[in-house]
Design a protein around this ligand. Structure first.
Ligand SMILES: Nc1ncnc2c1ncn2[C@@H]1O[C@H](COP(=O)(O)OP(=O)(O)OP(=O)(O)O)[C@@H](O)[C@H]1O
Ligand SMILES: [Mg+2]
Length: 331
């Protein structure tokens, strides 16, 4: 499979007062054509920062990014705003979590979708209108002509998210980055939107980076999964490897916290104790997950944890995975 995007040793730090703190740390990931790569992890682990860094959406005065994001042989991190603008939407589309804050409330839907077409294509007015209607139809909007004339507030949440997808797809990008695209929607609508995204991705043979904290969504959609913790990839593999043979204690805890439909025990849902540390309190060396597995002896962690390949294409950070057991399983 063709590599569409190569993220190499990516670090993004935010400036807080006079210091910089890493929210994304030494992340290396590849995205291939026609694959869905899911990025998962709890709130605050750096998922959105990773996406916005790839898209070059940071204020240079307040953030510092190093490493490489190679697209078509060029490092996106070295590009000027003008060069990035020629790639955003056209080559790399983005779908955000909250369509209301990403859509312009004062502009009709049709005009908003048309904007990228004006900027990136040679289509004349009539052809653009035709394309807008085609896109709205493609994302399952029942009355596309009417929708094109409406304002965002006139649509339901699910319809607005469909519009966002139509916008992201308008120039047939090769890569789509979707940051929690369905979190704000109720479950049935969520399933419809995910089905739609999957279907369009397959039709366009696009590579999708799907960011979510919902492992149900990952199981449904992803070909490969990267688990992020405190800015670092702690596990990476195919969806099957990560779901059937999870190694890192963080991944295993995340999987355990999913409610099981057929579980008739009265046990409380599993919750991982503690929380993702703030970027100001990160352990720069040592295993970042160590504070959340206090039962493990200090020497079960590596001093400078690296990713280990445990089977082909399946990587896990730190040696602590070899020692971790859930309490009730440790007999
Ligand atoms: N502009 C900023 N300035 C300072 N710190 C920031 C900024 N944006 C994010 N952070 C911090 O960086 C870390 C990663 O945040 P990020 O939004 O990438 O997490 P996330 O995984 O997307 O979380 P969520 O699931 O809640 O969307 C967090 O600790 C967050 O507080
Ligand atoms: Mg986020």
């Amino acid at each position: 499979m063709k590599k569409l995007l190569e993220i190499k040793n990516l670090e993004t730090a935010f400036r807080i007062k006079d210091d910089y703190f890493n929210a994304v740390d030494n992340v290396s990931l590849d995205l291939h054509s026609n694959e869905v790569l899911a990025i998962v992890g709890e709130s605050g682990c750096g998922k959105s920062t990773l996406a916005t860094t790839v898209m070059g959406l940071h204020n240079e005065n307040l953030t510092r990014s190093t490493g490489e994001v190679i697209y078509n042989g060029k490092n996106l991190l070295d590009m000027s705003e003008a060069e990035l603008n020629s790639i955003r939407s056209k080559e790399i589309g983005m779908i955000f979590q909250d369509p209301l804050s990403s859509l312009n409330p004062l502009q009709r839907i049709g005009a908003q979708i048309e904007e990228a077409l004006i900027y990136h294509t040679e289509l004349d007015k009539e052809a653009r209108h035709k394309r807008v209607i085609e896109l709205l139809t493609q994302v399952g909007i029942p009355y596309p002509e009417r929708c094109a004339k409406q304002y965002p507030h006139e649509l339901s949440g699910g319809m607005r998210q469909r519009v966002m997808i139509a916008m992201a797809l308008s120039c047939k990008p090769k890569i789509i980055i979707a940051d929690e695209p369905t979190t704000a929607l109720d479950v049935t609508i969520q399933a419809q939107i995910l089905d739609l995204l999957k279907q369009l991705q397959a039709e366009m043979q696009a590579g999708v980076i799907l960011i979510t904290h919902d492992l149900g969504v990952v199981a449904e959609m992803a070909d490969r999964v990267a688990v992020l913790y405190a800015g670092e990839v702690v596990e990476l593999g195919t969806a099957e490897q990560v779901f059937k043979n999870p190694k890192h204690p963080y991944t295993r805890s995340l999987l355990r916290s999913i409610p099981q439909f057929d579980d008739d025990s009265n046990d409380d849902l599993y919750a991982i104790e503690g929380m993702v540390p703030s970027i100001k309190n990160l352990n720069r060396t040592g295993c970042r997950f160590a504070p959340r597995v206090p039962q493990l002896a200090e020497d079960s962690h590596e001093d400078n944890p690296t990713l280990h390949e445990v089977e082909e294409g399946h990587f896990v950070r730190c040696t602590c995975y070899k020692h971790f057991r859930f309490e009730e399983d440790a007999v």
